[in-house]
Each structure stands twice: as C-alpha cells, then as structure tokens.
Design a protein around this ligand. Sequence first.
Ligand SMILES: [Zn+2]
Length: 257
Amino acid sequence: MENKFIDSHAHLDDERFNKDREDVINALNENGIEAVLDPGADLNSSKLAVALADRYPFIYAAVGCHPHDSKFMNDDAMNTFRQLAKNKKVVGIGEIGLDYFYDNSDRETQKIWFREQIRLAKELDLPYIVHDRDAHEDVFRIMKEEHYDGTRGILHCYSSSVEMAKEFVKLGFYISLGGPVTFKKSKTPKLVAKEIPLDKLLIETDSPYLTPEPFRGKRNEPKYVRYVAEEIARIKEVPVEVIAENTRENFKKLFKL
Ligand SMILES: [Zn+2]
C-alpha cells in the first residue's frame, strides 16, 4: 500500500507554483500525500493559502507574517488575520518568528510582531508555527516569556540543537524536520531525528524551498516529503510506514483534525 504522508509546511501559494499549481495539487493524493498545511508568509500569501484551503479538502492554512516582512505589519493586518482565522480550514498562526540570517526587517520590529502574533494565537486558541533562523536564543526567550496554558505549535524546519529541541518540546511544541535532514553535511538535524521521540516529530518540505536529496536544486514539492521520512526512518531504524503513521497522527492531534 502507498504510504500516506502529511506535509506539515508547504507554500503552495508561492508564485513558483503559478504555472502548474493545479496539476501539482491534483497529483498530491496519487503521490502519497494525504494532507498539506500551507502557512502564510504575509497578508497576501495568507489570503491565498486560505483560498486554497477553501478549495481543496486536504489543504489546511495558517495565517501570519514571516519575520522577513514584519516591517510591513500593522494593526490592520492583525485584524485581517483575525478575520481570516474564523475560517474552519485555518488551523494555526504562522509562519512567525525571527530571522537573523537575512535580517530583511530590523530585529526589534521582528521581535515586536513575533510577540504580537503569539498573543493572537493565544487569543484564538490556535497552535503557532515558528520560523527560527540564526535567532535561537531570542526565539526561545520570547516563546518562554509569552508561554501560556495551552501553548502549542511547530518549530518548522528545525535547525537548532538537540538540547534546544528538548526545551521546545517541554514548551508544548512539535519539531518538524525538512529537506536539510537529507543533506550529507547537515549533522544536527540528523541528531535531532535520532534523539527526539516519534510522538514529537513532524515532517515537511517547506516547498518550494529546501528540496531534499536527491532532488536538491530543483523546485521542492510536497511529494518529496517522502525523502525526509525515509531519512528519518533510516536514522531511527524503523520502517518508513512508522514515520508516515506517527507524523500523520501528530499532525492531526496538534490541529485537532
Ligand atoms: Zn516556510
């Protein structure tokens, strides 16, 4: 039987899918993909993600603003996210967080809107999806300071240490691994795959970015999430079906599906 995977993070709304989005989406099920979560990166992509979720039963959306674009955030945008989140297919707030690698928005602005959007997740009682690039300490500190009863969510495309991963799990988060776990040189994600228990792991592509081996360099698509699962299965020394099943169950539990 075909393994059924859930891709916990794919930007199907991205313009790199403009030419063949419908074909990619219509082929998901036959490619072994049971469901996909499309997180917003700004106001416009959040709206597009919700539109896709409205149209396809197996696509879910999150709404929020990526740290790159936090310089464009304001209260009106927050209100729009609040309105969009009334849609039943909107299951989370994200992706939100800090990115000190690109610094596309200044760090103080990133921090302000990370905090505000965590508070929105709390207000709406939704999980939130965290992007953390080279900002591990500040991400963890803010998440701890903003922690509340019922906090839950995903550290997406997790890139920090095993020790930090365990701390995030304690805060109520799942650790999602993507393409980098398949890269020969990226040792830390492989260690995380080994050490973090299966009931706390998710898999993702972050399509169209971060394409796993052996397709590195091509546009990423949800169907390649299989290669992420296969690498984790190899590391954990279990059949890939076990990874598929556990990550599906974790996803459904987190988002109450
Ligand atoms: Zn992303």
